[in-house]
Design a protein around this ligand. Structure first.
Ligand SMILES: [Zn+2]
Length: 314
């Protein structure tokens, strides 16, 4: 089974060997940390239903190489939290802990947009930017378990301050939050022309422009919203150029809410990628695809990683 601990909800599912969800449950994420562990333990016990099961538990944060301890979780107040041992103690079910972006990337590699390939990079464009790297059919974990934090690749020296304490991270230019930032900047220049519609939307909303409104305007072809999207797509495409120079993946898989906009996002991304890629014309290059498993990727990937962890030869 896979469990995905999100900021607003905790999802759990029993997943078969083909990555299909057999049974699933969802509850709101409790505010208290102790509450989260109880909810997850109850969910594992309910999904196991007395059978011999294993559980992959995905959460946003730095997870150690042994997949047992959460070093740090930005949204939950976990510091060196021995999550695996706690959950195993509470449930009697064998558990591995996974970073949520790694779990989602693994699911796409195994059963989604990366199926049949060996080397893929996934970028999950949500409020922030999550990353996962699969090389030669294995998840890249790094020396301490926390590789592939692609959102914190430095894109702009001395750029915008990021929540991680650095400046100019990809997350500050190529995320859902960045899209909002760009849209609001364009709205401020309403007098200049293309930001008129964004400006009006901002006035109606009373300060910030809701993400759904920006998506609606992008789909409607508003030039201001399209420009905001182009800037965000360019940031991601540029970062992919650097990633390709290091990792040479066969495919970049783009997930998260924004990815559902499809070619509106991918076309300028490919353009920026070509411009940033060393010797673009003289070598085979990665293609771009939209993630297929959307909201279920976390639970599917976590379940499959748990099965592999506890299966001989897996
Ligand atoms: Zn950062």
């Amino acid at each position: 089974m896979g469990i995905d601990i999100g900021g607003t909800k905790i999802a759990g599912a029993v997943v078969d060997t083909d990555g299909a969800i057999v049974r699933q449950v969802r509850v709101a994420t409790p505010a208290a940390i102790t509450g989260i562990q109880t909810v997850v333990a109850d969910m594992i016990a309910a999904l196991a239903d007395g059978e011999d099961a294993v559980a992959g538990v995905a959460a946003a944060g730095f997870v150690d190489r042994d997949r047992s301890t959460v070093y740090f979780a930005p949204n939950i107040d976990w510091r060196d939290e021995p999550l695996r041992d706690h959950l195993q103690h509470l449930t009697g079910v064998r558990v591995v802990v996974e970073n949520d972006a790694n779990a989602a990337g693994w699911a796409e590699y195994r059963f989604g947009a990366g199926e049949g390939l060996g080397d893929v990079v996934m970028l999950t464009i949500g409020t922030g930017v999550g990353g996962a790297i699969v090389i030669d059919g294995e998840l890249l974990r790094g020396g301490h378990g926390i590789a592939a934090e692609l959102g914190h690749l430095r894109l702009v020296p001395d750029g915008r301050i990021c929540g991680c304490g650095q400046r100019g991270c990809l997350e500050m230019y190529g995320s859902g939050r960045a899209l909002q930032h760009e849209a609001e900047e364009i709205a401020r220049d309403a007098a200049f022309g293309i930001g008129a519609e964004l400006h009006d939307t901002q006035q109606r909303a009373g300060g910030t422009i809701p993400g759904q409104e920006i998506s609606r305007l992008i789909v409607a072809g508003d030039p201001g919203a399209a420009e905001a999207m182009r800037r965000v797509a360019t940031a991601i495409g540029t970062a992919c150029g650097s990633l390709a120079a290091v990792l040479d993946p066969q495919r970049f898989i783009i997930g998260g809410g924004v990815s559902q906009l499809g070619d509106v996002l991918l076309a300028p991304m490919r353009e920026a990628f070509a411009a940033a890629m060393p010797a673009y014309e003289s070598r085979p290059v990665a293609d771009f695809a939209v993630a297929r498993l959307t909201n279920d990727a976390g639970v599917i990937g976590a379940a499959d990683l748990a099965r592999r962890a506890f299966t001989a030869g897996g």
